[in-house]
Each structure stands twice: as C-alpha cells, then as structure tokens.
Design a protein around this ligand. Structure first.
Ligand SMILES: [Zn+2]
Length: 176
C-alpha cells in the first residue's frame, strides 16, 4: 500500500488573532504551519493538488482535500493526486453498483408484495364469472390490477379484475 490514510489525522488552528497558527497532526508527528505556508497550502488544495507536509523515516505526509495520507514511494503531488482521484472514482463506482443491486432487490421485494393472494384470485374469478370483464371472452384470461402496482394499486379484490390478453394489452397501451 503506497498511500495510506492517517486515521485521526487533522489540521487544526491554534491561537487567536495575529497569533493564529495551524498545526498538521498525524499521530506523533506535528507540523506547525505559519500563516503564509498555510494559505499557500489552502490554495493548492483548492486547485485539487495534494500538499507535501513533511517527510520522516522514508515516508511523506500529504494533506489532500479529504484528509491526511502517508505515502512511502517517493511520489510527487501529481501522482498522489492521481491515486486519490482513482480511489475516489472506484469508490463512487462501487457505491453506484451497490445502489443498483439494492434497487433491483427492492424491485423483487415489491413484486412479491404485489403477488395476488390465492383467496383474492378465487373471489375475483367467481365475482367476474370467469370471463373478461370488458369483452366477455373466456379465452386467454389474466388477473389484472385495475390501478397498476407501480401507480400504487394494491392486491385487494376491488383492484383486481379478470381480463383477456387482448383487452389487457389494449388497457396497458392506453395507460401512460
Ligand atoms: Zn377481453
């Protein structure tokens, strides 16, 4: 791992007024920044460039817009910025995949909830006399949601009707 986030690392302000200074704290390593250095660093961060804070024992402490990082390959600011950008990009892609998986699972769950119970089917079949309620056909019959599930229709008997395939397709075509 060439780039490791500093857990608990922080950049804090100490002192007040003209005595205000900033400190970069990463475990036992504390680096004091005078005002001019701090402002130069802030400007670099605003441009999206990570800042080299200090080096010790073959590793470099970087301050990036989302935190502090130790890096031990002697990389320059551009390389560190690229690695962080790549990390963020993969993180975003992973979240995107997770959102899609969750949406797909919720759709399956919704489909299960929308399944018409057997007792409702039996009741509706009897009520509608085993025929299409629109044309009276007795062939290719289906149970139809009067108000579609995606529009909030439920699976109670009053929202279920018997339709033939042709009437069901015509109804679907007319629903925008
Ligand atoms: Zn019909």
């Amino acid at each position: 791992m060439s780039l490791r986030r500093v857990t608990g690392g922080e950049v804090v302000r100490t002192g007040f007024g003209i005595f205000a200074r900033h400190e970069v704290r990463a475990g036992h390593v504390v680096v004091r920044l005078d005002r001019r250095t701090f402002e130069r660093h802030r400007a670099a961060l605003d441009r999206g460039e990570p800042v080299d804070i200090t080096s010790e024992a073959g590793r470099t402490l970087w301050w990036a817009s989302d935190g502090l990082y130790w890096e031990d390959e002697g990389l320059d600011a551009e390389a560190v910025g690229l690695l962080l950008w790549d990390r963020q990009r993969r993180h975003d892609a992973r979240l995107d995949r997770l959102r899609k998986i969750r949406a797909a699972e919720e759709a399956v769950e919704g489909g299960r909830r929308a399944r018409i119970p057997d007792e409702v089917r039996a009741f509706v079949w009897h009520r509608d006399d085993g025929r299409c309620v629109r044309c009276g056909s007795e062939g290719d019959l289906q149970f139809d949601h009067v108000i579609p599930v995606v529009k909030g229709g439920g699976v109670a008997a009053e929202n279920i009707q018997v339709l033939c395939g042709d009437c069901n397709r015509r109804k679907s075509d007319s629903i925008v």
